[in-house]
Design a binder for this molecule. Structure first.
Ligand SMILES: Nc1ncnc2c1ncn2[C@@H]1O[C@H](COP(=O)(O)OP(=O)(O)OP(=O)(O)O)[C@@H](O)[C@H]1O
Ligand SMILES: C=C(C)CCOP(=O)(O)O
Length: 252
């Protein structure tokens, strides 16, 4: 069985400029594309958008700056569970057997900020025909209280441990854009694109496109970044948008 890991960007499924607001139209379109696709095993991960980032920013929590304040933990984790429930419900409407995986209850960062995410439960969910849906969250972090874990980090961790065949990131942009706003077809080193990579245009505590490209170059396998319009073609086996591949292997 081939495994696909697909991240739905928080800026795709929420209105990133309005706190706690869903972009139901785009989420519905993406859920339609997933429902219509014929993939073997699928793991979904979604980002924080205006749910996670807004609350994380209010409490001053990021991937590196933690908090032990229980209000910070419950606000950020609670907002992400609310968003996860919306995503699950839209997937269930398309008869996709989506089940939640809340990273706060499973993952941990050690004192060097290295992330450990157990994947045994995800493997069994897949074997039993479910579609696990993870999300950016807070995680217990040794010496810091909790810090944010981004969906991008979770994708890399799951894809590595389960040896994913295909990895895709659906974002608001059609790919990584160059200085003329043209899609860069392939990225093999961070240095080659560092000058054009920026933060997200809206509140984002995990590093925007620059953070995404960095995470994907660490994956050790090819991944694609594309827009909601390209979810179907990605799930059909094509390589839309920007292909990120630190191994430098050429496509056919
Ligand atoms: N060179 C670039 N090419 C494309 N987008 C860029 C570039 N530089 C900065 N960006 C910004 O990065 C954003 C994508 O990163 P962002 O973190 O918002 O994505 P996401 O994964 O959809 O959201 P989230 O982090 O909430 O899950 C784009 O919407 C754009 O504003
Ligand atoms: C801000 C939180 C809680 C999650 C961030 O996940 P991301 O949007 O994938 O970076």
């Amino acid at each position: 069985m081939s495994l696909t890991v697909l991240k739905l960007g928080g800026s795709v499924i929420t209105d990133k400029d309005r706190a706690d607001t869903l972009d139901d139209e785009t989420l519905g379109r993406v859920a339609d594309a997933i429902g219509d696709a014929s993939v073997d095993d699928l793991v979904l991960v979604h980002g924080g958008g205006s749910f996670g980032h807004h609350h994380a920013s209010e409490h001053g929590v990021s991937k590196t700056t933690g908090s032990s304040d229980i209000d910070a933990v419950t606000d950020i984790h609670g907002a992400m569970k609310t968003l996860n429930n919306f995503v699950l419900s839209r997937l269930h409407d398309r008869e996709i057997s989506a089940v939640p995986v809340h990273p706060f209850s499973a993952a941990v960062r050690d004192a060097t900020a290295s992330l450990t995410l157990p994947t045994g439960q995800i493997e069994t969910m897949l074997e039993e025909g479910f579609v696990p849906v993870l999300h950016g969250d807070v995680v217990a972090h040794e010496g810091e209280g909790v810090t944010v874990v981004s969906g991008d980090e979770l994708v890399v961790s799951v894809a590595r441990h389960l040896d994913a065949d295909r990895v895709g990131f659906c974002s608001t942009v059609p790919g990584v854009l160059d200085e003329n706003d043209e899609v860069i077809p392939e990225i093999t080193t961070y240095e080659a694109v560092a000058d054009v990579l920026g933060e997200s245009e809206s509140t984002d505590v995990t590093g925007g496109m620059a953070g995404k490209v960095r995470s994907l170059l660490e994956l050790g396998a090819p991944a694609s970044i594309f827009s909601p319009d390209d979810v179907s073609s990605f799930l059909d086996g094509e390589t839309p948008g920007t292909r990120i591949d630190a191994t430098g292997e050429q496509t056919d």
